[in-house]
Design a protein around this ligand. Structure first.
Ligand code: PMP
Length: 400
């Protein structure tokens, strides 16, 4: 008879062992674009704190004051005993920021997406991009609606699925706003047209783009000038807001319904006071300091341009998520190690997260990265890439 622990554990263990620093579960002590790993100081390029707010004194002071005032935990769910005036203030601020009627804040962004489930009733049809975040996939799986997954950003495929669906069925299209593996934005203008044409509601997960994209940081909808076309947005405070927590923002009736039906809201403790206060303080900075967005895009542009000049393929991203396409899984692992050896911590994305042979190293850049950090990132990729023969050798200086 198989042992249930041994049966499940063995495949995972095979991939996760080995000496030395590793891309997964590596302990890092990071802040402001740098980190300490086993005592060595490196450039941190695997952190989603795009605006560099988790180390901002205004944000951390707000968190510290909330701890002094309310303690470290609410020890209750939003439903019973775990709602602070701070949560309500944050909800009003998020709704106003995103131009939506109402918002609810949740303990993580993952839970915000899971909170969509009560909207997926029997007979309904949900259309999701195949590259959507796992939490959106889980939300659909947990619901009773029929699920249709269209090929990543393939609007023709989505349209065919919409046409084939029962015309009378209630429909929803769900997409990530900014796809986190390769750093490109969703095709919101086409999605909005298809949603209206087929009477579908459009839901966008702004986890990576709210705070970052659009002149005012309102995300992909503002970037495209389509704020009125998104019916419901979800998001997280764990990236641009330098905190932790999540939110859904949309029509007041929908938010009210979710407050009483979403299991990921009802059956879990609320967002801690420090996190709520940090998110609120970060939102103010996001509104007041567009120069942080300008800086992180400038950092990304310079890193991308430098990597391309070296001979790397950085795909189509125009955002602070910069993929460096490497290929085969083993080579991705070696490149990751070499780049770390040169003093830069990155993330690696390999099969099964992407198709075998399409692995990549991902750089997440921050407004707090300095010109020196940019130079160190490019220097590390140049040295590591040449050692592994991934890019051409350094041109020799012409003899005098
Ligand atoms: N949506 C997307 C697109 C994400 O990338 C993430 C985090 N990786 C989440 C949702 C979940 O956010 P959180 O970390 O706050 O749970």
């Amino acid at each position: 008879m198989a042992d249930i622990f041994a049966k499940q554990l063995s495949p995972v263990m095979r991939t996760m062992t080995g000496p030395g620093p590793r891309p997964l579960y590596q302990a890092v002590e990071g802040r402001d674009g740098e980190a300490l790993i086993g005592g060595a100081r490196v450039v941190m390029a695997a952190c989603n704190d795009y605006l560099g707010l988790s180390g901002d004194p205004r944000v951390s002071t707000a968190a510290a004051r909330a701890v002094e005032r309310y303690g470290t935990s609410c020890s209750g769910s939003r439903l019973i005993g775990g709602t602070l005036p701070l949560h309500e203030e944050l909800e009003r601020a998020v709704a106003a920021f995103l131009g939506q009627e109402a918002a609810i804040v949740t303990t993580t962004g993952h839970q915000a997406n899971l909170a969509l489930t009560p909207l997926f009733g029997g007979g309904d049809v949900v259309f999701s991009d195949m590259a959507n975040h796992a939490s959106l996939v889980d939300a659909v799986r947990a619901g009773r609606a029929e699920s249709r997954r269209y090929r990543h950003s393939d609007m023709g495929h989505l349209e065919r699925q919409l046409v084939a669906a029962d015309g009378e069925a209630a429909k929803m299209i769900i997409t990530d706003g900014l796809f986190s593996v390769e750093g490109h934005v969703c095709r919101l203008p086409e999605l909005a047209v298809l949603a209206r044409r087929h009477g579908a509601r459009l839901v966008v997960d702004g986890a990576h783009d709210i705070g970052l994209l659009g002149a005012g940081g309102r995300g992909v909808a503002e970037h495209f000038g389509l704020m009125d076309e998104v019916d419901l947005c979800t998001g997280t405070f764990s990236k641009c807001f330098g905190s932790i927590g999540g939110f859904l923002a949309g029509p007041a009736e929908v938010i009210h319904f979710l407050r009483y039906t979403a299991r990921s809201v009802i059956f879990t403790a609320s967002m801690p006071p420090a996190s709520a206060a940090a998110a609120l303080a970060a939102l103010e900075v996001i509104v007041r300091e567009p120069e942080r967005r300008t800086r992180v895009f400038e950092v990304a542009r310079r890193v991308r341009t430098g990597l391309r000049a070296l001979g790397f393929d950085t795909g189509e991203s125009l955002t602070p998520i910069v993929p460096v396409h490497i290929g085969e899984t083993g080579m991705c692992g070696r490149m990751w190690q070499e780049v770390l050896h040169e003093g830069v911590f990155t993330s690696v994305v390999v099969a099964p997260a992407v198709a075998e042979g399409h692995g990549l190293i991902r750089l997440s850049l921050q407004a707090t990265h300095t010109d020196d950090h940019i130079a160190r990132i490019l220097g590390a990729f140049a040295a590591a890439g040449r050692r592994l023969g991934l890019i051409p050798p350094q041109p020799q200086a012409a003899p005098h």
